[in-house]
Design a protein around this ligand. Structure first.
Ligand SMILES: C[S@@+](CC[C@H](N)C(=O)[O-])C[C@H]1O[C@@H](n2cnc3c(N)ncnc32)[C@H](O)[C@@H]1O
Length: 218
């Protein structure tokens, strides 16, 4: 577990010890990613475990992910899917996603993942052109100013009862600090207000890792 702004130090250490049971290949991916300057973009181990549980709980077969980076959350997703499951993985970075591809292959799940290297709005719109309501689960974890665009598209892609998980919705606490007026913080505040008012979904902002908002399509 990375250091958390949500826990006092002692409880954080206890939580890290008892709450996380990480698949060895995911640990290796975390260690490899830690060497990159952008390592902070990777989701926390406890969040990966949470996503794994959600995907299994809803029996998801078709998933979409916006923001792959080196592949931690996509590997979690692909491993949680049944053998005939499918993940549409969206990113724009060929270098970091080359690492992801390597881990999907090593885990034996590469055939479940289709990586699209293009702005995610473009990929999601192309998918929507094929039809709506044919996905079970979506994970949004890319540029924060795009969150509303991704959420609206993913909602249309989901079946009723499908689930969207959105990362970083507490943004290390910046969202609660009125002095923080940067575009990312503002975008996350706008996103949080939007979901709370959205009667098309049941929702919960779960204070795990950097905040994960769950929205279930009604
Ligand atoms: C926070 S990282 C994702 C972390 C990843 N979920 C993980 O578990 O390691 C955000 C990713 O979003 C990608 N990204 C940024 N803008 C994007 C866009 N317009 N379309 C698709 N991906 C984008 C970045 O290239 C980066 O890899």
């Amino acid at each position: 577990m990375s250091e958390s702004f949500l826990f006092p130090e002692q409880l954080g250490a206890y939580y890290a010890r008892v709450a996380v049971r990480e698949f060895p290949l995911l640990t290796r991916l975390r260690e490899e990613t830690a060497k990159l300057p952008s390592a902070g973009m990777q989701i926390a181990a406890e969040e990966g475990q949470f996503l794994d549980l959600l995907i299994r709980l809803i029996g998801a077969r078709r998933c979409v992910e916006v923001g792959v980076f080196t592949g931690y959350s996509s590997l979690v997703t692909a491993l949680a899917l049944p053998a005939d499951g499918f993940l549409l993985a969206c990113d724009i970075n060929p270098q970091t996603t080359a690492i992801a591809r390597r881990y999907w292959a090593e885990a034996g799940v590469a055939d479940r993942v289709r990586l699209e290297l293009a702005p995610a709005v473009q990929t999601l719109d192309a998918e929507l052109a094929k039809g709506e309501g044919h996905y079970d689960f979506a994970f949004i974890d890319a540029d924060k100013t795009g969150y509303l665009d991704y959420y609206e598209r993913c909602l249309r892609l989901l079946r009723p009862g499908g689930l969207i998980a959105v990362d970083n919705t507490l943004w290390s606490g910046s969202v609660a600090d009125p002095r923080q007026r940067d575009p990312d913080t503002q975008a996350i505040r706008a996103f949080n207000d939007h979901v709370r008012a959205d009667q098309r979904v049941d929702f919960c902002l779960v204070p795990i890792a950097d905040g994960v908002t769950l929205a279930r399509k009604r």
